[in-house]
Structures are given as structure tokens and as C-alpha cells.
Write a protein that binds this ligand. Structure first.
Ligand SMILES: Nc1nc2c(ncn2[C@@H]2O[C@H](COP(=O)(O)OP(=O)(O)OP(=O)(O)O)[C@@H](O)[C@H]2O)c(=O)[nH]1
Ligand SMILES: [Mg+2]
Length: 341
């Protein structure tokens, strides 16, 4: 098992190269991609690190991966802290492996500039699968630079997709707007709730139900599961995007992830959603939206970088003087600046 400051690749053999060195070492991208496609965990880990570190090789990596992507179903898991996302992820991995499918897991912490520590607990539980070449598990932190989650996560998903994962599970850690962001990355979004947490109502308020493709009432072994299901049914009956003709109506599934109960049915439901995505054209639409956001994030990161060059530059100084002197206004000055980029 290897631990790097950027992330954790369970079942990756050998120690990680020191960080400073790794950045400078020559990268044989075609070789790495070929080995990743053969399912070599170490090559997958290296590719994700290149992406996460925003290595100069990242363009070559993206170009080499492009022809091999588009197969994996990306399944996002969201829900309040402690609802059972990690337990469900682990149970799903087990169920997919039992069906002979290859699975990738990306645990994303959008709120933290570091990864590793916060995700340690998750990783330990995932050690069940260490040594299984059909599972690849990775923790990622979204760094502040380059648009964080928006930039690095889709690239990591491309790596796992090209590496032959049939399903990639994306679990968010931490709270906030991340639920909605993850939903925009996923083909299929699972919203997890648990009885007695007032979750149904909270989720409805937060707009989380709107992004749900499947509603999972986990901890169904606890009192109040029936009530939570009723709450959800009622909330769904109030309308939403699922009311449109031909729309997917989010099914409600009960699970006890801790004992694998209901997990097979959940896997079937996720497969049904995949079929619906294909037959309705919605899958393609979501991917196009995702690609557009990805392009936008990369373009904005590029612009920001170039703006960085501009800050403190003579051109900006000159324009600032002109604005102060009333010779031009800030809007025209900004246009002039953008034209120079
Ligand atoms: N009773 C019961 N407990 C469960 C079930 N699933 C998970 N748990 C327990 O709930 C606790 C939280 O589970 P996690 O899987 O860590 O939840 P999480 O959503 O990943 O939590 P964060 O990552 O901290 O947001 C753990 O102690 C689990 O063992 C379940 O179906 N029934
Ligand atoms: Mg967790």
C-alpha cells in the first residue's frame, strides 16, 4: 500500500516517489496509459497523481486517455455526514465484484486542501478489497488551485474509465454545496438518507432531492425507516423534474449497508438507471453538459493563470492610470486588458 501526500492508492505496491522528484521525472505517458489499461494499479495511481498535481504532462495524459473513455458508469453518493456513504460504497464494491465487474472508487473531499487524514477511516474499511486487481480506490482532495473539484475530479474519472472500470463510485466527504457539484459529475446520483435525522425534509429544503436519481434510505434496521420512506414519497408527489413526460422517477430503496441488505436490489436499480440513460438520450445530454463544464473549468483556469501574469504588469498599470485620470472607464479598460491576453 502506498501513501502519497496527495492521495492514497490502496493495493498499490512499492513506496511512492518523493514529491519533489516525481514532478521532474520524465513521464512516459503512452506506456503509463497502456499499463493502466492493463489494469496495473500502480500506473493508474501515477496517472491520477499527474492529474492531481496539474503536471505539465496532464495534456498528453488527457489526449492519450480520450479514445478509451466513455464506458464507465459514474455513480455519485451523497448525503449527510454519517448516513452511511462509505459503508454503502464498500457494500456496492463487494456486490459489483461478485458480479465480475471492475470498480473504481474516488473519495473526494471538496472542503479540504489535504487528503489522506480525513479519509483514513474510509480507507481502512476499504482494505477488504486490497489486493483485488478489479478494484481501484483513491482518495482525492480538491486543491484550491485550478478550480479544485471542477478541474481535477473529472480528469481522475477519465483515468479510471480508461483503465477499464465498469463502474466508478464517487463519495463526497465533508458538507456543503459539494452534493450538487458531485451530482454534476455523475451519470447516476444516489442520495442517501437515514431514519430519524429529519433528513427527508432537510434534503428537500437543500434541493438535494432534485438531483437524486435513486433515493436510498439506509439504516433501515433502525426505527423510523418507514416514516422516512413516507416523507420521501410525499415530497416526490409534490412535483419536480421527474414529473415530466418520459422522465425517470427516482425509486426509493431501503438498505442496511452494514449487513449488505438491499444492496443487490440497489445494484439492479443503478443498472436500470444506466439503461434509461442510454435509451432516453439523457445519458448523452448529461455527458455533454459535463464536458462543457470541464472545458469551461480548464479555460477559466488558463485565463486565471494569464491574468496572473497581467496583475502588476505595465499594461494594467497604464490602464489603471487612465481610469484614475477619467480618460477611460473600468469596463473599457477591462476589455482592453482581455484583448491583450
Ligand atoms: N445501524 C446501521 N448502521 C449503519 C448502517 N450503515 C452504516 N452504519 C454505521 O453508521 C456509521 C457511519 O457510516 P459511514 O459509512 O462512515 O457514513 P458516511 O456517510 O460515510 O460518513 P461521513 O463520511 O463521515 O460523512 C458507521 O458507524 C456505520 O457502521 C446501517 O445500515 N445500519
Ligand atoms: Mg464516509
Amino acid at each position: 500500500m502506498t501513501e502519497s501526500p496527495q492521495g492514497t492508492a490502496v493495493q498499490t505496491p512499492g513506496p511512492a516517489a518523493p514529491r519533489g522528484r516525481r514532478g521532474r521525472r520524465a513521464v512516459d505517458v503512452p506506456d503509463l496509459v497502456a499499463r493502466a489499461r492493463d489494469g496495473e494499479a500502480r500506473a493508474v495511481a501515477r496517472l491520477i497523481s499527474l492529474v492531481e498535481d496539474a503536471s505539465p504532462a496532464v495534456r498528453e495524459v488527457a489526449a492519450a486517455l480520450a479514445p478509451h473513455t466513455g464506458r464507465a458508469q459514474v455513480v455519485g453518493l451523497t448525503g449527510s455526514p454519517g448516513v452511511g456513504k462509505s459503508t454503502t460504497t464498500t457494500a456496492l464494491v463487494r456486490a459489483y465484484r461478485a458480479r465480475g465487474l471492475r470498480v473504481g472508487v474516488l473519495a473526494v473531499d471538496p472542503s479540504s486542501p489535504f487528503s489522506g487524514g480525513a479519509l483514513l477511516g474510509d480507507r481502512v474499511r476499504m482494505q477488504d478489497h486490497a489486493g483485488d486487481a478489479g478494484v481501484y480506490i483513491r482518495s482525492m482532495a480538491s486543491r484550491g488551485h485550478l478550480g479544485g473539484l471542477a478541474w481535477a475530479t473529472p480528469q481522475a474519472l477519465r483515468v479510471l474509465d480508461a483503465a477499464g472500470c465498469d463502474v466508478v463510485l464517487v463519495e463526497t466527504v465533508g458538507v456543503g454545496q459539494s452534493e450538487l457539484e458531485i451530482a454534476s459529475l455523475a451519470d447516476t446520483t444516489l442520495v442517501l438518507l437515514a431514519p430519524g435525522m429529519g433528513d427527508g425534509i432537510q434534503a428537500a429544503k437543500a434541493g438535494i432531492l432534485e438531483v437524486a436519481d435513486v433515493l436510498v434510505v439506509n439504516k433501515a434496521d433502525r426505527d423510523g425507516a418507514d416514516q422516512t420512506v413516507r416523507d420521501l414519497r410525499y415530497t416526490l408527489s409534490l412535483g419536480g423534474r421527474h414529473e415530466l413526460a418520459g422522465a425517470w422517477r427516482p425509486p426509493i430503496r431501503r438498505t442496511v449497508a452494514a449487513s449488505d441488505t438491499g444492496i443487490d436490489a440497489l445494484v439492479d436499480t443503478i443498472a436500470e438507471h444506466r439503461d434509461w440513460l442510454a435509451s432516453s438520450g439523457e445519458g448523452h445530454r448529461r455527458r455533454a453538459v459535463r464536458a462543457a463544464r470541464e472545458i469551461e473549468a480548464i479555460a477559466l483556469a488558463g485565463l486565471r493563470e494569464r491574468m496572473g501574469d497581467v496583475r502588476g504588469s505595465a499594461a494594467l498599470g497604464t490602464l489603471a492610470e487612465q481610469v484614475v485620470a477619467g480618460e477611460t472607464d473600468p469596463f473599457r479598460a477591462a476589455d482592453a486588458l482581455l484583448a491583450q491576453l
